[in-house]
Design a protein around this ligand. Sequence first.
Ligand code: ATP
Ligand code: MG
Length: 222
Amino acid sequence: MSLIKLEAIGKSYGDTQALQCIDVNIETNEYVSIFGPSGCGKSTLLSILGLVEQSCQGRYLLLDHDVTTLSADQLAILRRRHLGFIFQNFNLIDHLNNIDNIALPLIFDGMPHQQAQHQAQEALNSLNLVQHGTKYPWQLSGGQQQRIAIARALVNNPDILLVDEPTGNLDSRAGDQVMEILDELHRQGSTIVLVTHDEKYASRALRQIVLKDGQVSSACYA
Ligand SMILES: Nc1ncnc2c1ncn2[C@@H]1O[C@H](COP(=O)(O)OP(=O)(O)OP(=O)(O)O)[C@@H](O)[C@H]1O
Ligand SMILES: [Mg+2]
């Protein structure tokens, strides 16, 4: 089944045409990278996929829902239940400890506190971060913070992981570790869409979509 179906998606900011005529399908258990130079529209495309931005043109079907027909509340539910996000700058909340950061998407979705903590603890364990649960994000290295952010993205067992430059703020060793975690998640069945401007990471995905000036300039399979 197509998890994601984009038909002639376009997005402009004033005079800037950030994306035009994007047609992309993403199936269950695909590992797709979106690659291209700075300003080519990668983050814009990911934020449309993640229901953070609306497109100006075209049609987006996510899990067979036409997202243009949904209310803000329905979009928020779809986002919370089906999507997991990982960002370049981690986006952790500094005044919450790491377990509470991971549990946050579950709390937002109405899960009782104790159950959310339990599920967050399991996500923490799966990323070998057991000893860091009661610490705060600012007490961890960049690589550890990114692993907490990955645990948070996984905690609601999302259908799709949307990942924007996950290695951009990391040294090459921590970056490689994060990429190994993504590769392993894909082997375990996750569907991953990875935005990167690093060719060596883009080529680890099984399909590469190359963007140039807001358009798909090529798409190829590994
Ligand atoms: N909120 C915004 N307002 C106005 N223009 C924007 C906005 N967001 C993006 N743009 C423009 O849209 C184009 C695509 O931006 P986008 O952030 O998607 O690029 P990118 O490929 O992610 O770049 P980078 O690799 O530097 O992160 C750029 O020309 C950018 O200046
Ligand atoms: Mg970007």
